[in-house]
Design a protein around this ligand. Structure first.
Ligand code: ADP
Ligand code: MG
Length: 364
C-alpha cells in the first residue's frame, strides 16, 4: 500500500491555469474525495496522479518515490472512469482477467484472483456473461474488479457513477465504499456531487477553479465551511449581506445588521465591528413554527414572517418565507413528521422562524 503526495502541482493550458499549486496527501488506505464543480480541474488532477498528463510544475510521490516522470504503466495505478468501456466481445471473466493476461501471469493464479474479485464485487456466477447482459451498476462493479486485478498500489475513480440514474447512484456509492475499504487500497475518488463525496469519503478536498479551497472530513466541511463557495457547495441555500454592528467576545457572537434585521452569528476572532459579512443559512437550520417561539438564549434568532410558497418534495417540505424587514425571502426545509403538520398552512399565513446555525464570511 502507498501514501500519495502531491506537491506544488500546477497545470496550464495556454495562459489558463487548470490547476494551481495543488498540495495534498492521501495516507495509506485512505479514501479521499476530490469534490468540485464541472471544469474545476478534477480530471486533470487525477490524470496527473495516474501519469496520463505531465504537470507543468510540482511533483507527485508514491511513498518516498518521485513518480512525476514515470509513465502511467509503470505507476501501477488502477483507474475507473465514467465511461466504463468494458470489452463488449469479452465475457465478465475475460474482462476482469484482461490486464493480468497481458502480463502473462500463470493461468491458475489468474483464475484464483478473478474468483476472489467476483466475490468481492458480489457477482459470483456472472463469469460467462457479456457486458450487454449486465445492468449499469453490475458493469461498473466489473470495471472496478478489472482495475483491481493487477493489484494496483493506488485506485483512481473519475466520476464512475456519472452516467447512472439517481437510484442506482445512491446504492452503488455505498457499494464502492465497501469494496474499496475491503481492499484497504489508497484511493482518490473524483466527483461533482456533494452527497456522493460525503457518503464515500474519509476525507474531502474541495476544488474550485483549479485551487483547493478547503480540506476536511464531511462533518468538518459541513460544520465549518471557510468560504461562501464551500458553504454553497456543501448545501447552504440562503445568503444575506450585512454588517457587523456588535461583537460579544466572551461568546464569540456578532450582531449582524442585514436590511432591517439583526441576526446573531458565531464568528471567529478575525471578524470585528464594522466588517461587511455574508451570512449563510442552511435551509435545514431554519425551524418554522405557527406559534410564537420562546427565546432560550439572548442570541437566539427568532423572526416573524409570512409564508410565500410551500412545496412538498417528499423527504422534506420546502417553505419559502418572507421575513419582516428582510429584502430577500428565506428557504426553510422541514423534515420528519413535522412536514405533515405544515401542509395545512396557507400561503400568506404568519409564521415564526428560528435560525439555529448561521455562518458568517468576510465579504468585500
Ligand atoms: P473537471 O474534471 O473538474 O470537470 P477538467 O480537469 O476536465 O475539469 O478541466 C479543467 C479545466 O481545464 C476546464 O476548464 C477544461 O476546459 C480545461 N482543459 C482540460 N483539458 C484541456 C485541454 N487538453 N486543453 C485545454 N483546456 C483543457
Ligand atoms: Mg472531469
Amino acid at each position: 500500500m502507498v501514501r500519495v503526495l502531491v506537491s506544488g502541482v500546477s497545470k496550464k493550458y495556454g495562459s489558463f491555469y487548470a490547476l494551481k499549486d495543488i498540495n495534498l496527501r492521501v495516507d495509506d488506505g485512505v479514501l479521499l474525495c476530490i469534490l468540485g464543480p464541472s471544469g474545476s480541474g478534477k480530471s486533470t488532477l487525477l490524470r496527473i496522479i495516474a501519469g496520463l498528463i505531465a504537470p507543468d510544475e510540482g511533483r507527485v510521490f508514491f511513498d518516498d518515490i518521485d513518480v512525476t516522470d514515470l509513465p502511467a504503466w509503470k505507476r501501477n495505478v488502477g483507474m475507473v472512469f465514467q465511461n466504463i468501456a468494458l470489452f463488449p466481445h469479452l465475457s465478465v471473466y475475460e474482462n476482469i482477467a484482461f490486464g493480468a493476461k497481458l502480463r502473462k501471469l500463470p493461468r491458475n493464479e489468474i483464475d484464483k484472483r478473478v474468483k476472489e474479485l467476483l466475490k468481492l464485487i458480489r457477482l459470483e456466477g456472472y463469469e460467462k456473461r457479456k457486458p450487454s447482459e449486465l445492468s449499469g451498476g453490475e458493469a461498473q462493479r466489473v470495471a472496478i474488479a478489472r482495475a483491481l486485478m493487477t493489484d494496483p498500489a493506488v485506485l483512481l475513480f473519475d466520476e464512475p457513477l456519472g452516467h447512472l440514474d439517481a437510484k442506482l447512484r445512491e446504492s452503488l456509492k455505498f457499494e464502492i465504499r465497501r469494496i474499496v475499504k475491503e481492499t484497504k487500497k489508497t484511493t482518490l475518488y473524483v466527483t461533482h456531487d456533494q452527497s456522493e463525496a460525503f457518503a464515500i469519503a474519509d476525507y474531502i478536498y474541495v476544488l474550485n477553479r483549479g485551487v483547493i479551497e478547503q480540506g476536511g472530513t464531511p462533518v468538518e466541511l459541513y460544520e465549518n465551511p471557510r468560504s461562501p463557495f464551500i458553504a454553497e457547495f456543501i448545501g447552504s441555500t440562503n445568503f444575506l449581506k450585512g454588517r457587523v454592528v456588535e461583537v460579544y467576545r466572551d461568546v464569540n457572537v456578532a450582531k449582524v445588521l442585514t436590511s432591517d434585521v439583526e441576526i446573531y452569528v458565531p464568528v471567529r476572532e478575525d471578524i470585528g465591528i464594522g466588517e461587511s459579512v455574508l451570512v449563510g443559512i442552511r435551509s435545514e437550520d431554519i425551524k418554522v413554527s405557527k406559534e410564537i417561539i420562546k427565546r432560550d438564549t439572548p442570541y437566539a434568532n427568532i423572526l416573524v414572517g409570512k409564508l410565500l410558497k410551500k412545496i412538498f418534495i417528499g423527504p422534506y417540505l420546502r417553505l419559502e418565507i418572507s421575513v419582516n424587514g428582510l429584502e430577500e425571502s428565506l428557504k426553510a426545509d422541514v423534515y420528519g413528521e413535522d412536514r405533515y403538520k405544515y401542509l395545512d398552512i396557507s400561503e400568506g399565513d404568519r409564521v415564526y422562524i428560528l435560525i439555529t446555525k448561521p455562518t458568517a464570511f468576510k465579504y468585500s
